[in-house]
Design a protein around this ligand. Structure first.
Ligand code: PRX
Length: 635
């Protein structure tokens, strides 16, 4: 039997060694024993990071939806596959069984076929977090169409760019979406986007908000009547292991977005295997990832990873603050959630609110807490651990990327002892390397460098859609024969990894390499501080100096600013060292963030450098209005 489910630390080390010594044999065993194939592979792996070209399970034939749906029907047909928790808590939650999901996917697949969508065609999905979104992904996969999900918070411009880049022929959307107390006119955004997308033949619209919308004759169709009429079964298209499954655009902080292409077999094997182990999922557990399916986290760990394991996965339509700041915890209590996976930005936002919102709910079902998307600072880690996990649920700080497809560095809960702010150890099969600026690997412990991966893993993205050169240049040209992550990391005395932030955010001050994350951590520990971001700006003597943008908690608002500045620098001196002290500290009411919650440092850097002539496109920000405020008060 393969080691599909790791249960203790010795086993982790033993399986890890096995996966490194002979990766082909290791992944072959996992693939063979835990998935259904129409035809076996001829070759487990061929790779060349120079071209770059990576192929896993070449020659194999399969359909991922047979692995996520059909094979569960005999044993789990009546098990809940998806719990849908609507935006409004007064609206009833839905429990969709594997059998019902299979039927819904087949109907949607038949509707797509009826609209001329064929294997290899691209379908753009622009939907809120409603069941149709998961169904749409799987329906594309059923017929071999390549889905390109665009987060339904992106503007019409961003949507149009993505539709055109991958030449999508059909768009699946909704009339509108609910977000907290607001509703958003999604169809209107699509209509505007499509003014510049001549290649789109059809728009299939699902009804969610009941808002009045325009339907363009011949192009736009309501989905429900088509689904009702469609046949409830659909033969799965037989796919090659390396056929593209989906395209997902990475939020481009520089240049146009990159359409990362993920293929079928390796992605399936790796997301399923990581899901099982990183969340220690057991039959009948209820698992909830709060991400939006518009991001890779949702693709891999709301849809494909959980369903390939026959799990129950919760989809949440709403926001953490509606109807109040206790919503997450209310949902955990209501559905007896066992594994809860969220982002540090959400944790920090909730930690600012009254603890009552957490304490009034029964969270005893929780067994595993997850964090993803950015470094989790120490204060947020402890808040999560103390108040949500009650020190009883291990926190898995999972480091990975859109490009990696699945979780790469992470503790395994109840297996790996955790340390706040450390993503800890590489997952099975992952071979990280820290590199210095001259392209040499830094061996040993208590070192830091640029984080690379030496050897392919099954779910690595295979190319950038339509631009293989960009794929090579971005990921494989900085270090020879390595995948370069763009992140910096340190490896501590016991070999644990801590991600220190994007290398592009590393600031060299007086010749010292400073990561933004540890400095921000120490600022955030100040009792008056809610959140902070630091950037570099040019300095005559030091090369770069540090500029801090700090959001105060309500309790800090009345404090004397000069005293606060001194205290913050004192705090940094204590936590990181005097070299990391800030030259300038500006108090702000918000930080410019992308829709996925990432701070747009590019903008902050420009303001700090007094170079605001060309701030670039700020329209896709979550909160474009703070930019003017920050500029007006810049130091
Ligand atoms: O800088 C790392 C950060 O997020 C980047 C990847 O972003 P994206 O492709 O949007 O995918 C996010 C969800 C997987 C990484 O290069 N990042 C992600 N997870 C962590 C993290 N930084 C620190 N700790 C993490 N756990």
């Amino acid at each position: 039997m393969s080691n599909y489910h790791i249960k203790h630390l010795e086993e982790y080390y033993q399986v890890y060694r096995k996966s490194i010594r002979n990766p082909e044999a290791f992944w072959e065993e996992i693939a063979e024993e835990h998935f259904v194939w129409r035809k076996r592979w001829d070759n487990v792996l061929s790779w060349d990071f120079k071209k770059p070209e990576i192929k896993w399970f070449e020659g194999a034939k399969l359909n991922i939806t047979e692995n996520c749906l059909d094979r569960h029907l005999p044993t789990r047909g009546d098990k809940t596959a998806i719990i849908f928790e609507p935006n409004n808590p007064k609206e009833e939650a839905l429990h969709i069984t594997y059998r019902q999901l299979h039927e819904r996917v087949c109907r949607m697949a038949n509707v797509l076929l009826d609209h001329g969508v064929k294997k290899g065609d691209r379908v753009c999905i622009y939907l809120p977090m409603i069941p149709e979104l998961s169904v749409a992904l799987l329906a594309c996969a059923r017929i071999g169409a390549i889905h390109s999900v665009v987060f339904a918070g992106f503007s019409s411009n961003a949507l149009a760019t993505r539709i055109n880049d991958s030449d999508c022929k059909v768009v699946i959307t909704a009339d509108g979406s609910f977000r907290g107390s607001k509703s958003i006119d999604l169809k209107g955004i699509v209509d505007k986007a499509l003014e510049g997308c001549p290649g789109v033949a059809n728009v299939l619209v699902t009804k969610r908000t009941g808002t009045k919308i325009d339907m363009l004759d011949g192009r736009d169709k309501w989905l429900q009547p088509l689904l009702d009429e469609a046949y409830a079964d659909c033969v799965a298209e037989i796919m090659d292991a390396e056929d593209p499954l989906f395209i997902l655009y990475t939020s481009g902080s520089t240049g146009t977005p990159k359409g990362m292409v993920h293929t079928t077999a390796g992605y399936m094997v790796y997301t399923a295997y990581t899901f099982k182990n990183v969340f220690q999922y057991r039959e009948n557990d209820v698992y909830w990832c709060t991400a939006d399916i518009g991001w890779i986290t949702g693709h891999s760990y709301i849809v494909y990873g959980p369903l390939a394991n026959g799990a129950t996965t919760l989809m949440f339509e709403g926001v953490p603050s509606y109807p109040d700041y206790g919503r997450f915890w209310e949902v955990v209590e209501k559905h007896k959630v066992n594994q809860f996976y969220t982002a540090p930005t959400a944790i920090r936002a909730l930690a600012k609110e009254n603890l009552d919102f957490v304490e009034k709910h029964d969270l005893s079902s929780l067994k595993v807490l997850g964090s993803v998307g950015e470094p989790i600072n120490e204060e947020a880690w402890h808040w999560y651990n103390n108040n949500v996990g009650k020190k009883n649920s291990p926190i898995v700080d999972t480091w990975w990327q859109t490009e990696t497809g699945g979780i790469m560095i992470t503790p395994i809960p109840y297996v790996t002892p955790t340390t706040p702010t450390y993503a800890t150890l590489p997952f099975i099969g992952i071979q990280p390397a820290l590199m210095d600026e001259n392209g040499k690997e830094i061996k040993g412990n208590q070192v830091d460098g640029r984080l690379c991966i030496k050897f392919p893993w099954p779910s690595i993205a295979r190319t950038v859609w339509g631009n293989h050169d960009r794929y090579r240049d971005t990921y494989f040209s900085a270090f020879e024969n390595m995948y370069f992550t763009g992140d910096g990391a340190l490896r501590d005395a016991v070999g644990y990894y801590r991600i220190t932030g994007r290398v592009d955010d590393v600031i060299i001050v007086s010749g010292h390499n400073l990561g933004t994350a540890p400095i921000e951590d120490s600022i955030n520990e100040h009792p008056a501080v809610a959140e902070s971001a630091i950037v570099g700006f040019p300095h005559d003597v030091k090369g770069n100096a540090l500029y801090g943008y700090v959001i105060l908690k309500e309790t800090g608002e009345s404090r004397d600013r000069e005293n606060l500045r001194k205290e913050i620098n004192q705090q940094i001196t204590e936590h990181v060292g005097p070299i990391a002290k800030l030259d300038k500290i500006q108090f702000v009411s918000g930080l410019p963030k992308t829709r996925s919650g990432k701070i747009m440092r590019r903008i902050l850097r420009k303001i700090a450098s007094n170079d605001t002539s060309n701030l670039g496109d700020t329209s896709t920000l979550l909160n474009p209005e703070v930019v003017q405020e920050i500029m007006d008060n810049a130091l």
